[in-house]
Design a protein around this ligand. Structure first.
Ligand SMILES: [Zn+2]
Length: 278
């Protein structure tokens, strides 16, 4: 079901490229849901099995566990095909790189592995990560290079976070009583991009399903809760909006995908309340 090859219908096709299991739900879950709802064929390519993630319990093959979680998430997101490129997670800064780590793989070889999927799918839109890999993880930087190295006729967008909006969010929360120390100024200065042309996409009515897809990555959810050291609640606020940097435009189907229709918001994201300073 999740490994159907090629597409036989005239439906437009979206391929999203990712470094680790759970990235597809966190960065592009809203877009995948919106595309699937509009009849697009959705394909997810994941370069590693996230072996550097938290182990759910002792003596578990983390890679196999996280691949299974990815298939479960893909079902929730309406994804028709999932492909793993077979690299190993490079882990966090300071970790010893395992053999086959994505961060040190030959870029042309990574491109060749993914190109086979693209040749098969002939996508209308490919989505990878911005030039900083959204938050600088070496595997995410490799996925940025991958997106720029592939050959295909369709549009290329890159998932990102709007750094300016993040700063606005911080100011708003400080105004609501968030202690300065909970989110030090500068913490988010390296996340995403500061660019006036970013495409904003509200997850809107797909928000609950996006959250379910993230929850399908049950072994990692605790970490996702404290994303990049941002205070609790910020991560969930971030999930409600997705940002994309447009590298190459596509046809009307791609433009329609990012158009905001009638607001059908059922956002369950509430700003947290902070204890008043004593
Ligand atoms: Zn990742």
């Amino acid at each position: 079901m999740l490994q159907q090859r090629g597409h036989t219908s005239a439906a437009p096709t979206l391929v999203t490229l990712h470094a680790h299991p759970d990235d597809e739900a966190i960065y592009t879950g809203g877009l995948l849901l919106r595309a699937a709802t509009l009849g697009w064929r959705c394909v997810v390519v994941v370069a590693t099995s996230g072996e550097g993630g938290r182990s759910p319990r002792a003596a578990v093959d983390i890679g196999a566990h996280r691949r299974a979680e990815t298939y479960a998430a893909a079902k929730i997101l309406g994804v028709a095909r999932v492909e793993f490129l077979g690299y190993r997670d490079s882990g966090m800064a300071g970790d010893v790189l395992p053999p086959g780590a994505l961060a040190v793989a030959e870029p042309a070889e990574v491109v060749a592995r993914a190109q086979a999927v693209l040749d098969d799918e002939d996508p209308d839109l490919v989505v990878s990560y911005d030039l900083g890999g959204v938050y600088g993880h070496p595997d995410h930087l490799a996925v940025h290079r991958l997106g720029r190295g592939l050959s295909f006729a369709g549009a290329l967008y890159e998932a990102t976070i709007n750094r300016v909006e993040l700063a606005v969010l911080r100011e708003r929360w400080l105004g609501r009583g968030m202690p300065e120390a909970a989110w030090p100024a500068g913490l988010a200065d390296t996340l995403g991009m500061d660019h006036p042309g970013l495409v904003r996409m509200e997850v809107d009515r797909h928000f609950a399903r996006k959250q379910s897809a993230i929850t399908a990555h049950g072994s990692q959810v605790v970490e996702a809760d404290s994303f990049m050291g941002l205070p609790p609640g910020v991560f969930h606020q971030l999930l409600a909006t997705e940002w994309y940097y447009r590298v190459r435009c596509g046809g009307p189907a791609v433009a329609g995908l990012f158009e905001d229709g009638p607001a059908g918001r059922d956002r369950t994201v509430a700003a947290p309340t902070w204890p008043s300073p004593s």
